[in-house]
Design a protein around this ligand. Sequence first.
Ligand SMILES: Cc1cc2nc3c(=O)[nH]c(=O)nc-3n(C[C@H](O)[C@H](O)[C@H](O)COP(=O)(O)OP(=O)(O)OC[C@H]3O[C@@H](n4cnc5c(N)ncnc54)[C@H](O)[C@@H]3O)c2cc1C
Length: 576
Amino acid sequence: MAAGFEQTAFTNSYEFTQGAGYALPEYPFVVPAELRSGEVSHHPIVIAGGGLAGLTLACSLARYGVAAVLLDEDNTVGVKGASSRGICYTQKSLEIFHRLGIYERIAAKGVQWSVGRTFAGADEVYSFDLRQQSAYNLSSQPPFINIQQFYVEAYLVQRIRELGHVDLRWCNRVSAFEQNDEGATLTVTTPAGEYRIRADYIIDATGSHSPFRAWTGASFTARKGDDRWCIADVRFRTQQPHATERHTWVQAPFNENRAVWQHPMGDQVWRIDYQMEPDADPQYVSREDVVRERLARHFGEGCEVEMVWIGPYAYRSECIDHMRHGRVFFMGDAAKVVSPFGARGGNTGIADADNLAWKLAAVLKGRAAAALLDTYHEERHEAACQNVLVTNRTTRFLRPAQGAETLFRQAALGLARQYVFARQLVNTGRMAIANPYTRSSACDGTGGLPVQNVSFEWPDGSAGCVNELLQWADGRLLLLRFGALGRGALERLRALVQAAPVRCVQVVGVGDTVAAVEHVRDVDGHLKGACHVFGHSWALVRPDSYVAACGDDIDAALVRAIAQSMGAAELDRDCA
Ligand SMILES: Cc1cc2nc3c(=O)[nH]c(=O)nc-3n(C[C@H](O)[C@H](O)[C@H](O)COP(=O)(O)OP(=O)(O)OC[C@H]3O[C@@H](n4cnc5c(N)ncnc54)[C@H](O)[C@@H]3O)c2cc1C
């Protein structure tokens, strides 16, 4: 082993102190070509960190046919000692995984849920069913699937290997970094020695202990509390206790009136997460006999459980001020860290990756201006700030400060027991959503909203979905032209499609005649609704399934919108 490598500490900001009960896959270390040749290689993209965010980016780039190198200090998925972290994956993440080709694996292993219930003592004080909400019920993917995070990461690794293009390097730790006008250079430490690698773009996906923050001088805002939790991932040997719903207690009588979370996940394992006393001793609260006693208070003395994993944790809240520093893009926990309430950490890291992947692919393929890459910060920093804000509010409800916050919580719970209007005030985590982009220079005022993966009919009557159209557009913009098409509009569309990085499809409703372009049928209007097209006749949809712009005529406004979506002032007519 090279000096220094064996000292790697596998940690993350959540301060897990024990537990490694899950058997994780291990990937072999392969001596990199640079160590054999002694040369410094140059690559368009190097990704540092193979967690949820880094692997999603790598998989997405592979799908666009873009080459990248991914370096991870570990030889497995998950983080050693903290293997069971994320469990809830949102519809938007599931739609992204559908595009990447791993959704079926996730659906087969995970547990779908849409109902959440919150209790205070014995009273149910809030409940929701996401399937009843229009924001969720039209997609081909369910509102949520619960699955252990390391399964998702392992499926991403499998898929990257199937797709090719990405060089996955395990036991490769980035130990130094420098950048200048010509490129960025990383020093990489491996069990066989140290080497250097150069890149045009570096993606920092090293998680919340990112060394790149210090290397680039990136500033960030941080906040840390004294709230402590202890996870027990268990399999019930006696009764299966619950419906497949998310249950949360703000005040659980069986946990000294502190909060508790209860979620089903893959392999019939249940995540039972108990809030501890502030600053509780993690060693003590995670001792097996102490955890068993807690479970017996919760589920009854006769309840027998197999202990799969125990993980005490604390959390902090952090947000970097700028998500791009020269050649380095920060994503996932490297860019922001949030408390786990609402499942916003991993899901927004996945969205960061989806956002940056198509932009890098478009720039490297010469379809977009390099300025498009700056819109990554504009869009994902807005999302990061929003997610930090929302999760901090939940944190303050669950661990209120003395005084006004505690009074507010008592009042909210008291009212929620009696009045429906007050139930909205009970905050055990606002579930992650696909964040809108309101200040992006790549979207005009009509764009910036996510498009759900809704269904329509192909010309032969078979069912299709938005992701299939995006697949067909292959990294280009998708122009959806709704309704009938006159001859003049048809000619202008043809010219546009030839000259711009756009694929066009006519979306016909009941009674619309089909023009001589590719078309699909949107009999129920779901596709039009998903694109937020109200009164407009076209929508420009980006490869990450966000609307860039909507409009009416096939005229200069559409040409401008295409250029703007590609980070340019004017349309480059040679970039189709
Ligand atoms: C209890 C708990 C529950 C959670 N529940 C959810 C949930 O339900 N849903 C959700 O979406 N999120 C959840 N989260 C948050 C989620 O786990 C994180 O947001 C997510 O893991 C972040 O992914 P990442 O890829 O940014 O970072 P990480 O997963 O931390 O990955 C970083 C990777 O970088 C590698 N690395 C680090 N340093 C280097 C280096 N110098 N060189 C090379 N490689 C390096 C590491 O080996 C690791 O593989 C939860 C978190 C906790 C603690």
